[in-house]
Design a protein around this ligand. Structure first.
Ligand code: SAM
Length: 244
């Protein structure tokens, strides 16, 4: 999968992404990341990419022309039109579902804003998705874009080793992940739950599901409600029947 990031700070995204699992994925050719500097495309003789907003108000806005030309420099090299994702607090919230959807694309263009954001006209013309990473405001779209690249890349087959499969991660089944433990069996007087040492895989699965459900119910009630709508609790009578 190829990520193309439109940004005023290419070194920030390239350096930030070139570590650990993502660096290995780039080296192995499973993903590629290019960062295109929007400033390289400005026609302003002072190299400016921003200007005051019409109607007044504090702050500067990134202008349409350099963003459009930077996007065009990528789009005209691609065989097929690619989705263009504008990182913005005013977008729909990015979730694991969005990551799964983006992971199906061959090319993804991520557009990072700065200052007060970007002139709406160029967004109307080139952007296909507007995505927020949460209900707070950052100074720029670079960190959000890096988060999207990370979350999407780890879903691409081969990027994670088999043993790190994303299947049991939080949100993949609509629930938060259950607690996990590693050696030693007792640490600071705290014991690993006995069931996990029992070797009984069916019981371990049951315990993990119960932990996931309880954790989700307490920490993310809205996720729990949604899960329960799709998976209503089985009555003890029905469960006994199933087990017979
Ligand atoms: N004036 C904008 C608003 O109130 O919606 C905020 C602009 S913000 C200071 C500058 C840039 O940071 C945005 O254009 C966007 O690219 C990025 N950004 C800030 N917060 C973000 C978030 N929660 N999710 C995604 N991108 C964000």
């Amino acid at each position: 999968m190829r990520f193309h990031i439109l940004t005023l700070f290419p070194e920030m995204v390239l350096q930030g992404l070139n570590t650990s699992i993502l660096a290995r994925a780039m080296k192995n050719g499973q993903i590629s990341v290019e960062a295109v500097n929007i400033r390289d495309y400005t026609q302003n003789k002072h190299n400016r990419v921003d200007d005051y907003t019409y109607g007044g108000g504090a702050g500067m806005l990134m202008q349409a022309q350099p963003v459009y030309d930077a996007w065009k420099s990528i789009a005209q090299r691609l065989e097929k039109p690619a989705r263009v994702v504008y990182m913005t607090p005013a977008g729909s919230v990015f979730t694991q579902k969005t990551a799964q959807e983006f992971a199906k694309e061959e090319d993804l263009i991520l557009l990072c804003g700065h200052y007060e954001g970007i002139d709406e006209r160029v967004l109307d013309e080139i952007v296909t998705d507007q995505v927020s990473i949460g209900d707070f405001v950052l100074t720029g779209g670079e960190l959000p874009a890096m988060m999207v690249v990370d979350a999407v890349s780890r879903l691409i087959p081969g990027v994670l080793h088999n043993e790190d499969s994303p299947e049991t991660d939080s949100f993949m089944n609509g629930l938060l992940e259950y607690p996990q433990y590693s050696r030693p069996p007792v640490w600071h007087g705290r014991e690993v739950p006995q069931i996990l040492l029992s070797g009984d895989h069916a019981k371990v699965d049951q315990w993990r599901l119960a932990q996931s459900l309880e954790r989700t119910r307490i920490r993310r009630p809205e996720l729990y409600e949604a899960y329960r709508k799709e998976h209503p609790p089985v009555s003890p009578k029905k469960r006994r029947k199933r087990e017979q």
